[in-house]
Design a protein around this ligand. Sequence first.
Ligand code: SF4
Length: 246
Amino acid sequence: MSAFLVEIFSSIQGEGPLVGCRQIFLRFAGCNLRCAYCDTPNDPHPPHCRSECMPGKRDFILLPNPLTVSRLISVVEKLNPFSHHSISLTGGEPLLYSEFLCKAIPLLKTACRGIYLETNGTLPDELSRVLHLVDFIAMDVKLPGVSGLPPLWREHEKFLSVASKKRVFVKIVVDRQTTIAEVTQTARLVAGIGDILLVIQPVTYENESGRPGVSAPQLLTLQEHALSYLSRVRVIPRVHKMLDLL
Ligand code: SF4
């Protein structure tokens, strides 16, 4: 059993309510979507995974892909996982590797404090397979206006129904074109499933060094409308981009 990874490193979580928490990031290769704002390489089979040797030192070495479960565990153990808040499974879309994760997470869990899954929220069957193994779920809802994707409301609703059995929050990326209607539809979808935190994240583009791609009055208006349906709606930018961190 093996998986293609892009990189393994230690940094702070830059998005959502756990912003600033120290994590080990396992970035899996490949994604089932193609968002317009994606800043992740989309090669599903990169020849190498770059892997940090000491946590936070950016002393990367190249490991040949794909990585076996035992290889991954030994790499992670060297990064001192117990000094981290959790291990982040990110991508790409980590749930494309649900079978691999079923084998790897039980071993990772013996060496860390928690498993944090970052997902695009479109693969509910794959989530069901690993649900009992993850501790936190950071789920995207993709707004068609900013992502450039077709509407995925049904997929997101099904996914969130499964995810709501764990600690989960929903994140939407917004830009200048984002409409109140899209944000309202998201808020209603989330409210229909439970009292779940909604995070509004201003889009950042690689060439804008973390500058929000949306105005402050627009952000406040979008939040105000979402708060008509949900008790917890927070505006949280991508902090790691501001600090020029991975
Ligand atoms: S879901 Fe994430 S990784 Fe996949 S294309 Fe969209 S932004 Fe990129």
